[in-house]
Design a protein around this ligand. Structure first.
Ligand code: FAD
Ligand code: SF4
Ligand code: SF4
Ligand code: SF4
Length: 399
């Protein structure tokens, strides 16, 4: 029995969950420290359930979004402390009010991120803000199964590949699920994050107990990576432009899992009820009343269920929303059209990871300078282009 290849396996865990013989386990790939499922052939009864449930081997069909909104939470503090407009937290709060459970990504031990189920308003704080790293489904499917079997309803916000797994496993319970996916450009293996944090701890002589990828203290739109110690003091804060190796690897699309470069969900056809993201390209296709486009989310309405839910959020005053032409955010965000592309830097990274025996920091060291230099050349090129255009304009006016 064959499972998805390394090019397509998202590590969603659906196959291991569904296997009646529990003979699928995860083993780490030697170079990249990424876990892939492996079948114990001596136990396998060839039932084919793992292949049937796998979103990579038997993909779902998506639908074109019906509507698009530029939107944000009416609560300014929720908006400030969320990654973009604070739409996720408003979805959770309203879902809880309606008696639903919620699923989101929160940190566990040693900076591992897990998808968790919760009925507590307090847990939602842990779900807020983007964790730009692989998140594990761990015991989620068992817990969701218990909840759904008992007649419970669940609002899930997760990455598209995780939503696909949930949709395939719980296809009988779709009426009781509100599925919200994020626009996603990739995830980095957890090992790179833990190696990065360890190397900073060694340099700074401090110990991190929490990490932010978009720290609200520095405004989430600056994408500042920060580490805090047990006293709550920030002892490290760097952005991509300041050459933080993790942020460079992540935001320059260098250090993702292999499958993210072949992502089947990076398109306008959505498999969820709602899709949320940072709004990019606001005002490009129609005038907008929004003057400051920072902390503004995009909501794509993909199904009637999704539309009804968002209508309630708007009517109750939980969010502020402006309807936009559907093609505006699709045109604005490449991830709604095609997956992250492998750059020269990524190819060098692949080679260096092998050379450096999977040491992320060492592999990234020359690449961060190379990427900085590329950005410098790119900026110079743009400045030169603008100067030439201005000269041509003056020249034409004088004619
Ligand atoms: C890995 C990743 C890649 C992304 N890529 C893009 C992109 O290319 N373009 C774009 O416009 N937006 C992207 N986003 C979405 C963006 O960062 C915001 O999350 C989104 O705009 C919603 O913001 P918010 O303020 O409503 O909610 P937020 O406060 O950001 O909360 C959003 C939700 O994301 C969930 N979440 C956070 N981290 C993870 C994770 N690792 N795995 C699963 N779920 C997680 C949380 O549980 C929460 O429910 C990405 C998010 C993630 C996690
Ligand atoms: S074919 Fe059936 S028994 Fe074998 S690994 Fe897949 S799910 Fe498990
Ligand atoms: S079900 Fe998920 S973890 Fe299993 S092979 Fe498919 S993509 Fe990989
Ligand atoms: S890029 Fe695609 S495959 Fe990778 S984490 Fe995001 S949704 Fe999953």
């Amino acid at each position: 029995m064959k499972l998805a290849s390394k090019e397509t396996c998202t590590g969603c865990n659906a196959c291991a969950y569904i296997c009646p013989k529990k003979c699928i386990s995860f083993k780490n790939d030697e170079t990249y420290d990424i876990a892939y499922p492996v079948i114990d052939e001596t136990q396998c009864i060839n039932c084919g359930k793992c292949q049937k449930v796998c979103p990579a081997l038997s993909p779902l069909e998506g639908g074109v979004p019906l509507k698009a909104y530029a939107a944000w939470s009416s609560d300014s503090e929720e908006r400030r402390t969320s990654a973009s407009g604070g739409i996720a937290v408003e979805i959770y709060k309203y879902a809880l009010k309606c008696g639903c459970s919620t699923v989101g990504a929160a940190f566990g031990n040693n900076f591992q991120v897990y998808l968790k189920i919760s009925d507590e308003l307090d847990s939602i704080k842990g779900f807020k803000n983007s964790k730009y790293v692989f998140s594990s489904t761990n015991s989620l499917f068992q817990e969701m199964n218990t909840c759904l079997k008992a007649g419970g309803k669940i609002a899930v916000i997760a990455l598209p590949c995780q939503i696909a797994a949930i949709k395939k496993i719980f296809c009988r319970y779709l009426d009781n699920l509100l599925l919200v996916d994020l626009v996603c450009h990739g995830v980095t293996p957890t090992a790179y994050l833990t190696q990065h944090i360890k190397s900073i701890e060694q340099k700074k002589g401090d110990k991190a107990i929490s990490v932010f990828f978009r720290d609200p203290a520095y405004s989430t739109d600056t994408f500042t990576f920060t580490l805090y110690n047990v006293k709550g003091n920030c002892f490290y804060a760097k952005r991509t432009a300041n050459r933080d190796s993790y942020q460079v690897g992540y935001h320059r699309m260098i250090s993702y899992r292999e499958n993210c470069y072949h992502c089947q969900f990076a398109k306008q056809y959505r498999i969820s009820d709602l899709t949320i993201s940072d709004y990019k390209g606001l005002g490009k296709y129609a005038p907008s009343g929004i003057s400051d486009n920072r902390h503004v989310s995009c909501i794509l309405i993909n199904t009637d269920k999704g539309r009804d839910f968002v209508d309630c959020l708007i009517k109750q005053g939980n969010i502020v929303a402006e309807e936009r032409p559907v093609h505006e955010p699709i045109d604005g965000d490449a991830q709604l059209r095609y997956p992250s592309q492998k750059s020269l830097a990524r190819k060098i990274f692949e080679r260096r990871m092998k050379l450096c025996d999977g040491n992320f920091e060492r592999a990234m060291f020359p690449i961060i300078y190379m990427v900085s230099f590329q950005r410098f050349l790119y900026r110079i090129n743009n400045i030169l282009k603008r100067i030439i255009l201005k000269i041509l304009k003056i020249f034409r006016c004088n004619k």
